[in-house]
Ligand binder design. Structure first.
Ligand code: AGP
Length: 344
C-alpha cells in the first residue's frame, strides 16, 4: 500500500484529533473575528494549503459575510510590498510550517502590526513560532509528498472557525459526524479504482465544480498533476462557459465534482451540455440526473454544505492515488518534487 493511501485512509481518525486539539483555539480566534476590530481576513499559503484557503474563502464569506483576501506572496517576496493590514487578521497555512514565501509574508505582516493565525501540522515549525494564534492540525507526520490528510485537517479546522464565527452549531456537528460518511467513501474504493483504470490513458482532464467545492476541484487538479502527471485544469461550471468550453470535443475527459445542493441545476445543465458535445464525463455526485448522463458514475453519499469538501476530498484523493498506481507510478514520490518546496 502506498504511504499516500495509508495517510488518506487515516482521515476519520485525523478529524477526531483535529477537532479535540482545536476547540479552545477556535473559540479564541472566532472571538477576535467577532470583536468588531477585524473587518477582513487575509490568507497566505501555497499548493494544497492554498486550495484549503479557497474552501475557507467561500465558506467564511457565505456564512459570516467577512471578506477573505487571498494574498499573492510575490507582492512581498518579489516587490517587497505589503498590504496595510489595518483591521485585518492574517491566516497563514502551511502543513510543514516551512514554506519560505508564506513565512516571508508572515514576517512582513507582523512587522506591520498584523496578528497571525498559523495553521500547521508542526508545532515546532517557524510558522508556529511566528503565530499569535495557533491551529495545530494534529494529523500525525505526513510523509507522502502528495498532501492528503493535512488538507483534510486544514479544511476541518477552518470549517470549525466558520461555524463558531457564524454561530451555526450545525457546522461543528457535521465535522464531528463526518467519519461515518468517510467510511461510506472507503467502500467505494474498488469502484473508484475501476473509474481510474478506465480513463488513465487520457492525457488531460478538465475538472468542474461550483461554489463551496471549488477549492476541492482545484485541489483535485493538483493531485492529478503531481500523482498522475496528467495535465488537469479546474474551473467553476460558469467560468468554464466563458471560453474554455471550446476545449470540448469527443476526446475530452471531464470530471465533475457535483454534490447535491444549491448548485444542483448548474451541475445538471453542464453535464447535459457536455454530454451533447461528446465529452466523456466522470461524475462524483449524488444527483441522479448527473449520474444518469455520465459515462463513469461514482455515487457519493449525500452531503451538507459543510462536509462535502471532506467527503469528496477522500474520493478524489482515492481517484488520483489509484490512477497513479494503475499508471505504474509511485504516488509518494512524484518526479521533480520534494515534501517541502522552497519558492519566493
Ligand atoms: C501538495 O500535495 C504539494 N506537495 C504541495 O503543493 C504543498 O502543498 C505545498 O508545497 C505547500 O506546502 P506546505 O503546506 O508545507 O506549506
Amino acid at each position: 500500500m502506498s504511504i499516500m493511501l495509508n495517510e488518506l485512509l487515516s482521515q476519520p481518525a485525523v478529524v477526531n484529533s483535529c477537532i479535540s486539539q482545536n476547540r479552545r483555539a477556535v473559540k479564541e480566534i472566532a472571538a477576535v473575528l467577532k470583536s468588531g476590530n477585524v473587518s477582513y481576513v487575509v490568507t497566505v499559503a501555497r499548493g494544497t494549503s492554498y486550495n484549503a484557503t479557497i474552501c475557507f474563502k467561500y465558506a467564511l464569506e457565505l456564512s459570516a459575510g467577512i471578506p477573505v483576501v487571498t494574498y499573492t506572496p510575490s507582492l512581498t517576496t518579489i516587490y517587497n510590498g505589503a498590504l496595510n493590514y489595518k483591521d485585518s487578521l492574517l491566516f497563514a497555512i502551511s502543513q510543514s510550517g516551512m514554506s519560505t514565501d508564506t513565512l516571508e509574508v508572515v514576517a512582513k505582516a507582523k512587522a506591520k502590526g498584523c496578528k497571525i493565525v498559523g495553521i500547521t501540522n508542526d508545532r515546532d515549525s517557524l510558522l508556529a513560532k511566528q503565530s499569535d494564534y495557533l491551529l495545530f492540525l494534529a494529523a500525525g507526520e505526513e510523509q507522502s509528498v502528495a498532501a492528503t490528510k493535512t488538507f483534510f485537517a486544514q479544511v476541518c479546522v477552518l470549517n470549525m472557525i466558520v461555524g463558531e464565527v457564524s454561530g451555526n452549531p450545525a457546522i461543528m456537528r457535521d465535522m464531528e459526524k463526518v467519519g461515518e460518511k468517510l467510511d461510506d467513501v472507503k467502500k467505494l474504493s474498488a469502484q473508484i479504482d475501476d473509474a481510474a483504470k478506465a480513463v488513465k490513458d487520457a492525457s488531460n482532464f478538465v475538472i468542474l465544480s461550483r461554489g463551496l467545492t471549488m477549492g476541492l476541484a482545484d485541489e483535485t487538479a493538483l493531485k492529478m498533476k503531481e500523482c498522475c502527471y496528467k495535465y488537469t485544469i479546474s474551473y467553476s461550471t460558469s467560468e468554464f462557459i466563458h471560453g474554455p468550453l471550446a476545449l470540448i470535443d469527443d476526446n475530452a475527459r471531464v470530471i465533475i465534482i457535483a454534490p447535491d445542493g444549491e448548485c444542483r441545476n448548474d451541475f445538471i445543465n453542464i453535464a447535459t451540455r457536455l454530454n451533447l458535445l461528446g465529452a466523456k464525463i466522470v461524475a462524483f455526485s449524488d444527483i441522479k440526473d448527473v449520474l444518469n448522463i455520465s459515462d463513469i458514475k461514482i455515487k457519493m453519499p449525500p452531503c451538507t454544505r459543510w462536509d462535502a469538501n471532506l467527503v469528496y476530498a477522500m474520493a478524489a484523493q482515492l481517484f488520483a492515488e489509484h490512477m497513479s498506481v494503475r499508471l505504474g507510478l509511485n504516488p509518494d514520490s512524484p518526479r521533480n518534487l520534494k515534501k517541502v518546496t522552497i519558492t519566493r
